[in-house]
Design a protein around this ligand. Structure first.
Ligand code: GLY
Length: 367
């Protein structure tokens, strides 16, 4: 470990990425404080929790980063579960991407990683799949974590157990720096008092809100609406990932159905009838048998997107301030590798050449 340990380190953002980094850093001996505005807004509570580098059809550097994270996840989850005593619902369920025809299947960016399913094989896997789906790709390595009900709670508990401090209801008003050196933040706390918190290091992980603190970060919100339905346990064993609609079956039979992708909504909160109808119609076409199953919950949130849909990771132009944001559709999948890379950077640990190369690809100044 470098000479930065034991000095106060601020994590700006108490979402999944912020918590993951806070947890990793505090386990390395850092004195970590998480500043969180409104934990319920975090994309980590909204996402479906898919671990889907292949099903999402990721390409090049992002695919490499995502695959690395997928490898890290089992151990990462094991540690969180051990420290928190809360299970995270990690299941290597596999994901099936159905297609209307074989041509589309072969053109899929990650098709070489999948097992091709003929029409009969697709029906064997998902007997009730809609009749328009003719073939499929099965990605057995992909899976899921129960982020909304389990992982977020487990991570918070694991953070507390390992000594992370939290301030909830805090709005970070400004990053304070002198001669491009990070010195802390100006905040408005839950009681409305404006104060300064000094620190030598900070990590900015404010998701869709990151640009409000550093206007040169090209991160914007893409709203997603979702709902869940309750089915019988084990009715759907694998995740179904159709175009514009996916169904993620949890162990207890709850199925998460997502998601709209609404760039034009910007930060407009709330459900919309058209968004909910789009999901319902997509689900009816994907798996008609679930049409009238009881709805359990409906929610929305904001994905942090960037122009190339890749995250922004690594150093910032302000010395001592690091960036971990813009994870767009893949926050749950990338949380483990993000925490690992950022922790190494902050701790001044030696990075492998592969890690250095990866960080270069996701640097903020590529835009
Ligand atoms: N990862 C799926 C989504 O963002 O909707």
């Amino acid at each position: 470990m470098g000479n930065t340990s034991k000095h106060q380190l601020l994590i700006l953002g108490g979402g999944l990425i912020g918590l993951s980094i806070a947890y990793e850093l505090s386990r390395k001996g850092h004195n970590v404080e998480v500043l969180s505005k409104k934990r319920g807004e975090a994309a980590g509570f909204v996402a479906a929790g898919m671990l889907a580098p292949h099903a999402e059809g990721l390409k090049s550097d992002l695919l490499n980063l995502a695959k690395l994270s997928l490898l890290e996840i089992p151990n990462w989850i094991k540690t969180i579960e051990a420290n928190s005593g809360i299970s995270c619902g990690l299941i290597k369920s596999g994901i099936i991407v159905p297609f209307l025809n074989k041509e589309n299947m072969c053109k899929y960016p990650t098709s070489k990683f999948g097992k091709k399913l003929s029409n009969i094989e697709l029906k064997n896997e998902i007997p009730d799949i809609g009749s328009k789906w003719k073939s499929g790709l099965l990605f057995p390595e992909d899976g899921q974590i129960d982020n909304r009900r389990q992982l977020m709670r487990a991570l918070e508990k694991a953070c507390v157990e390992s000594g992370v401090h939290f301030q909830e209801g805090v709005k970070v008003l400004k990053i304070i720096s002198t001669k491009d050196r990070f010195e802390g933040v100006l905040i408005k706390n839950a009681e409305g008092a404006v104060t300064t918190i000094k620190a030598e290091h900070g990590v900015l992980c404010c998701g869709a809100w990151s640009k409000q603190l550093l206007p040169y970060l090209p991160i914007y919100p893409v709203k997603g609406q979702m709902f869940s339905i309750q089915g019988p346990k084990d009715y759907l064993k694998r995740i179904l990932f159709g175009p514009g609609i996916y169904m993620v079956p949890r162990e207890d039979g709850l199925i998460i159905v997502g998601a709209t992708s609404e760039k034009e909504a910007v930060f407009k909160t709330g459900l919309t009838p058209s968004g909910q109808r789009q999901l319902q119609e997509g689900m009816n076409a994907l798996l008609p048998s679930t049409k009238s199953w009881p709805h359990m919950e409906r929610w929305w949130g904001f994905r942090p997107a960037t122009p190339d849909e890749n995250p922004i990771l690594g150093k910032s132009p302000i010395k001592g301030l690091f960036l971990a944001s813009g994870h767009y559709r893949n926050g749950v999948l990338l949380a483990a590798i993000t925490a690992q890379l950022i922790t190494k950077l902050v701790s001044q640990e030696k990075l492998s050449n592969k890690e250095k190369d990866l960080l270069l690809k996701f640097n903020w100044d590529r835009f």
